[in-house]
Design a protein around this ligand. Structure first.
Ligand SMILES: NC(=O)c1ccc[n+]([C@@H]2O[C@H](COP(=O)([O-])OP(=O)(O)OC[C@H]3O[C@@H](n4cnc5c(N)ncnc54)[C@H](O)[C@@H]3O)[C@@H](O)[C@H]2O)c1
Ligand SMILES: Cc1c(CN(C)C(=O)CCc2cnc3c(c2)CCC(=O)N3)oc2ccccc12
Length: 264
C-alpha cells in the first residue's frame, strides 16, 4: 500500500456510523496508507464501528467516553503498548443537551454549559496533552468546529460558545506544541446530515438553505471534509498550524443570500 500517509499511525475519535465526519476522514487517511486506531462511545456504537474499522484494515478499537478521563488514559496506554508512538489524532466529538439547542442561548443551564464545554472543547486539550507525549518525532492534531462559533446560527446556542472556545484552544495548543514539531488545526465544516447533524430541529431547512446560498450551491460531504483533513494531517500542510480551515462550500464568505433565490 503506497500513499502520502504510508507508515503513519493515528487515533480517530468520533466515528458513530458510516455517516460520521470522522468516518469520511478515516476513509481518506486509510486510502493513503495510514494505520488507524478507533475509539467508540459505548458498546452499542462499538458494534457498529467494529465492521467499519475492519473495512479499513483495522482491528484496533478502544472504548472511550471523554467524560471519564480514566477511559482516555486507558486509550493512550493501549496505544503506547501496541504502537509505542502516534503520528496524528482526529477529535470529532461534540455533544450538548438537545433541549438547549433550541430557543434562547440565554436560557442555557450552568450544568449543560459545563458539560458541553468539557465534552466539546476541553476533551481536545486533555487528549492533545496525552497524545503529545507519544509524538516524539512530531505529529499533527485535528478537531472539528462549525461556523456557529463566529456567527450566530439560530439554535446552535451553547455549542457555538463551546466551538469558539475550541477554536481558541487550537491556537493555544498550536503555540504550546509547535516547538516540538506538533501541528494543531481545525476544520470548520458546513452542515452535514450526520447523527449529530440530523438530531436537531430544522436540519432539513438548514441544508436546503446551504444548497441555495453557498457559493458552490451544494452542501459539503464527509468525503469533502475527509480530503481536506488528509491535507491538514499530512506533510502537505507542514507549514500550517493553529488554523481554522473552512470546508463549507464557501458559505462563511457570504453576507447576502444568493440574489437569484431572492427573486423566486
Ligand atoms: N454534522 C455537522 O453539521 C457538523 C458540522 C461542523 C462540525 N461538526 C462537528 O463534527 C464532529 C463530529 O460530529 P458528526 O457530525 O460527525 O456527528 P456524529 O454524531 O457522527 O459524531 C459525533 C461523535 O461524538 C461522539 N461523542 C459524543 N459525546 C461523546 C463523549 N462523551 N465521549 C466520546 N465520544 C462522544 C459520538 O459518539 C459520535 O461518535 C463534532 O465535533 C461536531 O460538532 C458537525
Ligand atoms: C448545523 C447544526 C448542527 C450540527 N453541528 C454543527 C454540530 O456541531 C452538532 C451539535 C450537536 C451537539 N449535541 C447534540 C446534537 C448536535 C444533536 C443530538 C444531541 O442530543 N446532542 O447542530 C445544530 C444545532 C442547532 C442549529 C444548527 C446545528
Amino acid at each position: 500500500m503506497t500513499g502520502i500517509m504510508k507508515g503513519k499511525r493515528g487515533l480517530i475519535m468520533g466515528v458513530a456510523n458510516n455517516h460520521s465526519i470522522a468516518w469520511g476522514i478515516s476513509k481518506a487517511l486509510a486510502g493513503q496508507g495510514a494505520e488507524l486506531c478507533f475509539t467508540y462511545q459505548g458498546e452499542a456504537l462499538g458494534k457498529r464501528v467494529k465492521p467499519l474499522a475492519a473495512e479499513l484494515g483495522s482491528d484496533f478499537l478502544l472504548p472511550c467516553d471523554v467524560e471519564d478521563i480514566a477511559s482516555v488514559d486507558a486509550v493512550i496506554d493501549a496505544i503506547k503498548e501496541r504502537w509505542g508512538k502516534l503520528d496524528f489524532i482526529v477529535h470529532a466529538i461534540g455533544f450538548s443537551d438537545k433541549n438547549e439547542l433550541k430557543g434562547l442561548y440565554a436560557d442555557t443551564s450552568r450544568e449543560n454549559f459545563t458539560r458541553t464545554m468539557v465534552i466539546s472543547c476541553f476533551s481536545f486539550t486533555e487528549i492533545a496533552r496525552r497524545a503529545a507525549d507519544l509524538m516524539s518525532e512530531g505529529g499533527t492534531m485535528l478537531t472539528l468546529t462549525y461556523g456557529g462559533s463566529v456567527r450566530v446560527m439560530p439554535n446552535y446556542n451553547v455549542m457555538g460558545v463551546a466551538k469558539a472556545a475550541l477554536e481558541a484552544s487550537v491556537r493555544y495548543l498550536a503555540s504550546d506544541y509547535g516547538p516540538r514539531g506538533i501541528r494543531v488545526n481545525a476544520i470548520s465544516a458546513g452542515p452535514i446530515r450526520t447523527l449529530a447533524g440530523a438530531g436537531i430541529s430544522d436540519a432539513r431547512a438548514m441544508l436546503s438553505w446551504q444548497q441555495k446560498n453557498s457559493p458552490l450551491r451544494r452542501t459539503v460531504t464527509i468525503d469533502d471534509v475527509g480530503n481536506s483533513a488528509l491535507y491538514l494531517l499530512s506533510d502537505l500542510s507542514g507549514g500550517v498550524t493553529g488554523e481554522i480551515h473552512y470546508v463549507d462550500s464557501g458559505y462563511n464568505i457570504t453576507s447576502m443570500p444568493a440574489l437569484e433565490t431572492l427573486s423566486r
